[in-house]
Design a binder for this molecule. Structure first.
Ligand code: SF4
Length: 307
């Protein structure tokens, strides 16, 4: 019901996947064990302020081939006699380009060569992409559908500093340019409700990614997860989080500023393996999606209406 309401107003990923791959398509989350350069001995101490011990969490342990086998087996079991959905190998954990290209190549090829894998998704930081890695990604993208999920979170350098991202907007813009020069699709990861940000800032971020020409966006609200640096600030009462209605309004305003051609990959996130500290409402994704549909309808907004 809410999916249909949202689909009327937003260019959602689901219908695009069905068209592009000829049927239902499911992501299999993988952890290639590459870690993140920003968490340990990299560009800054302790990683991003919102990042919990398990990062985004993904994979079921073992090699990429083993994780794929486990994920595919679960897919088949869930399908119960219906055709098994196509699988996308989703290198989701931490920063999935955090190794020399010579190390990454066999890892990504193990997925690209798998007969059940229809495409690859690689999630990383903009400062973790040296020239050889770009060439590897370009070669993979010629062989299989591929997109890169590139963390930005905010287009405001003051916010990026506040949340200890360890890179600025110019760095992200440059990485996007490298991808675009090679025809690699980029999805921008963005968080609404970051410390010090109001609708004015998130609307400006929307304008930036729209102007930069991203292929897709992935949104979620700021969540405090156990073990993340922000959990300490939250416990000290130094952090104000957006309510669900405010987030829904923020998403509606954000999407209205994106051209309809940009694919919306996510509107709300699951907390992941680390316990959710706050806001409690983030645990109910369906209610958040309903609130976004309501915010768009009541304000007569749809994706692109203010672009
Ligand atoms: S959010 Fe991503 S880039 Fe930031 S510390 Fe965690 S894994 Fe690294």
């Amino acid at each position: 019901m809410d999916a249909a309401r949202l689909q009327r107003r937003i260019n959602l990923l689901g219908p695009w996947l069905r068209r592009a791959f000829g049927g239902p398509t499911v992501k299999i989350g993988l952890d290639a064990g590459l870690g993140c350069p920003h968490r340990t001995g990299g560009t800054g101490p302790g990683g991003c302020a919102y990042c919990p011990p398990h990062g985004a969490g993904a994979g079921h342990g073992g090699t990429v081939e083993e994780q794929l086998a486990t994920g595919l087996e679960r897919l088949r079991a869930r399908s119960r006699g219906r055709p098994t959905p196509r699988a996308l190998a989703y290198f989701q954990a931490y920063s999935a380009t955090n190794a020399p290209a010579s190390t990454l190549e066999p890892i990504f090829l193990a997925a690209a060569r798998h007969p059940a894998v229809a495409g690859l998704i690689i999630s990383t930081r903009p400062d973790c992409l040296p020239a050889e890695t770009w060439e590897l990604l370009a070669a993979l993208a010629r062989r299989r559908p591929l997109w890169l999920e590139l963390g930005l979170q905010s287009a405001h350098d003051a916010t990026l500093e506040r949340i200890n991202r360890g890179h600025d907007l110019a760095c992200w813009d440059q990485a996007l340019g490298e991808a675009q020069a090679r025809g690699i699709r980029v999805v921008a990861h963005l968080i609404l409700g970051l410390p010090g940000e109001e609708l004015e800032q998130t609307n400006a971020t929307a304008r930036h990614v729209a102007g930069a020409g991203v292929w897709g966006v992935k949104l979620h609200n700021l969540m405090v997860l156990a073990g993340a640096p922000l959990a300490r600030e939250y416990a000290e009462g130094a952090l104000a989080l957006w309510e669900r209605e405010r987030y829904a309004q923020g998403v509606a305003q954000f999407l209205a500023r994106l051209p309809r051609s940009i694919l919306v990959h996510r509107l709300a996130a699951d907390p992941g393996p680390d316990p959710l500290v706050s806001p409690a409402w983030a645990a109910d994704k369906d209610a958040t999606l309903a609130a976004i549909a309501e915010a768009m309808e009541s304000n007569h907004l749809e994706q692109g209406s203010l672009a």
